[in-house]
Design a protein around this ligand. Structure first.
Ligand SMILES: Nc1ncnc2c1ncn2[C@@H]1O[C@H](COP(=O)(O)OP(=O)(O)OP(=O)(O)O)[C@@H](O)[C@H]1O
Length: 353
């Protein structure tokens, strides 16, 4: 499909801050002292709550917003200070897709995809073959002459993806690209993005508020809270050993480890006087993911372990398991030490009297 072999570019945020002036005066700090390296050719997810600063951070990677402090480098080029032709060149290297697709209603599928090529002054015959290639890549050959109003949400996002790829970018930015889609369509769009990343080698940086999206597509993740990156790493490491409460909150929905309702009201932070149960999250990662560790715990320490919730997941091709269990609080420390010695991670979630 391409004359040159496009390669991904890295994105580096160096102590980046972005403040906006509030309408009534004063400033709001949307992004605060963010340092993050997005690896070339990887798929990286940035997850955060509404208003955390995700869009602002993403928009600084293609010059739609300029940092008030620090630097943003794409493939080593300083995006924040680029002007004129230099900024246009960076924008050609950085494609973007949007939650609400941003297609022109008056243009067909082919017409929408051709637009960035027309703007770049590509000769007409070349536009025609390139658009046909792109339409084929995103599986919309039968819809080439349809208008956006005649397409499903998933088809519209495929047009958005093809349009973003038109100028053979090195980076693709995704602003909640699957948030308006149903779960099945979300999966097909995520698969398409994975194929594109694999085949073209371009870097994908996506923002989302759904951990399931990160799990299904991203090799790396950064968690943003109140304008700051509070945790970052490989998706596997962050999923198996989350450090920050915000990360844990996002993970609780996707790991099958939410506390059962009957326990939610009863669980307390401190151990009550007298007999009590300790509620523990046990994470089985890597080679231990499928070990019969609880059976061994019962055999070696003579402990009764109650399973409250659990799931075995896969990230990439690596399995990890998550269990919520409760056991006699008096033996909790011994049990946790035993599990940790066998390579499992444990976290006390609370106590039930
Ligand atoms: N142009 C602007 N002018 C003033 N304030 C802004 C502007 N853009 C963003 N903000 C503020 O900056 C903060 C971060 O906003 P941002 O849109 O980056 O968050 P977000 O994580 O993408 O949220 P959402 O998921 O709701 O889109 C918010 O407090 C927002 O109100």
């Amino acid at each position: 499909m391409s004359e040159r072999a496009p390669k991904g570019a890295s994105i580096v945020f160096e102590t980046v801050g972005k403040a906006f002036t509030k309408p009534g005066g004063g400033t709001v700090s949307a992004v605060d002292d963010v340092s993050l390296t997005v690896e070339a050719g990887a798929i990286t997810g940035i997850i955060g709550r509404s208003g955390a600063g995700k869009s602002t951070l993403l928009r600084m990677a293609n010059g739609l917003e300029r940092p008030t402090s620090g630097k943003v480098l794409v493939g080593g080029q300083d995006v924040g200070t680029a002007q004129g032709a230099a900024l246009r060149a960076i924008r050609r290297d950085v494609g973007m897709i949007f939650q609400h697709f941003n297609l022109l209603a008056s243009r067909t599928v082919a017409g929408n995809i051709a637009l960035p090529l027309e703007v770049a002054g590509v000769p007409k015959p070349k536009i025609k073959t390139r658009v046909a290639d792109l339409i084929d890549r995103v599986g919309l050959t039968a819809q080439a002459d349809r208008y956006p109003a005649e397409l499903s949400g998933g088809q519209k996002q495929r047009v958005g993806i093809a349009r973003a790829l038109a100028t053979e970018p090195k980076v693709l930015l995704s602003d909640e690209a699957t948030s308006a889609l149903d779960p099945n369509t979300t999966q097909t769009v995520l698969e398409l993005l994975k194929d594109i990343n694999r085949e073209l080698g371009l870097t994908i940086l996506l923002i989302t508020h759904e951990m399931a999206v990160v799990r299904d597509i991203a090799s790396h993740v950064a968690v943003i809270d109140n304008g700051k990156i509070v945790e970052a790493g490989t998706t596997y490491d962050v999923f198996t050993a989350p450090q920050h409460p915000t990360t844990r909150a996002f993970l609780s929905g996707v790991l099958g480890v939410t506390l059962p309702t009957f326990l939610k009201d009863k669980i307390q932070d401190t151990r009550p006087v007298g007999p009590a149960e300790e509620v523990v999250r046990v994470t089985f990662a890597g080679k231990h993911a499928t070990d019969p560790m609880l059976a061994l715990l019962t055999r070696d320490l003579g402990l009764q372990v109650n399973i409250l919730a659990g799931a075995v997941e896969e990230i990439g091709t690596r399995p990890f398991g998550n269990l919520l269990v409760s056991l006699d609080a008096a033996k909790g420390a011994d049990a946790r030490a035993y599990l940790e010695r066998h390579g499992l991670l444990t976290e006390v979630l609370g106590y039930v009297g």
